[in-house]
Design a protein around this ligand. Sequence first.
Ligand code: FA5
Length: 345
Amino acid sequence: MLSPEAEAIRDEALAGVAAASDVAALASVDRTFLGKDGAVGQILASIKDAPPEKRKQLGQEANALKQVIGGAIEERREALRAEALVAERASDGFDPTLPGAPLQRGSLHPVTQVTRELQGIFSSMGYAILDGPEVELDDYNFEALNIPADHPAREMYDTFWCKGDANLLLRTHTSPVQIRALETLEPPFRAIAPGRCFRNETVDASHEHTFHQMEGLVVGEGITVGHLIGAMKTFLREVFRRDLEIRLRPGFFPFVEPGFELDVRCPFCAEKTPRGCSVCKRTTWIELCPCGMVHPRVLAFGGVDAEKYTGFAFGLGLSRLVMLRFGIDDIRHLMGADLRFLEQF
Ligand code: FA5
């Protein structure tokens, strides 16, 4: 509650603010009421000589006046600024009442969306998220993964080489991050590494020269295939929001022993028809993720004691998971940079 004197000051100040037709007039109102010797300043100065029981009320009144008058001055200053702008631009036909041009809203690429989702799932399972270079050393992409120069497995990983340095190439998979992780992390650890990979491929609806994978690596004492299956089932349950049957078939990769191909029961048809659908090519199974137990030689390459530790690794075809997730029938859409496609996500 303001005293009648304070109310009178407020009313006079607000009238002055409303009447101020330019910035200079407004500054004068500011000085008259809020300046050191202004009306509010005088109330503040009078506090020290006032009887003790009145001091609190005087302080409160002065603060309330400061706020009300200060707020009104700021508001009027904004309005004057806007009026000045309109006057200045009037000759260009500027109309401030027209709505502004709408902002173009972007959206996250489907690969980014799924990558972030997987990172969330694996983080919640205690996995660290690692990154590795896309331009990689031959040593990391092949040699340390137990694929020496004359190994026939290199044929599956034909890639793009850098001119002038025979040891530099565009990585063909995310597996080199395994070696970098083994070199830098102290077991036990769990990690994933999503990222882009490159292969000199004949491009078709399911093969791209540039695609995404997500590596997984768990190293510790007593890690077994059971842990691998448990981790895969848990992450698939999170991605597809229900338990899906999986199976392991033998698969050969020089950097795992034993190696597997992990298939998942087709989430689109298997519960409805035993005959399958176009997504699973009528088999009811979808090949999802090569995996296996880390080869002791790879552990040794990474400087980890293979007598003490074991580990499992997997290499999820992230681009293919994205296709499954959103029902995309041609992988070439993912890197095609066509806004008509991207705007759908
Ligand atoms: C590998 O790349 C191994 N590094 C995976 C691995 C990791 C095995 C750890 C064991 C332990 P592969 O060449 O099969 O394996 O590729 C893995 C997945 O990447 C494939 O299942 C597929 O989904 C995807 N992929 C491979 N080549 C392409 C391509 N050209 N275009 C799109 N996706 C591809």
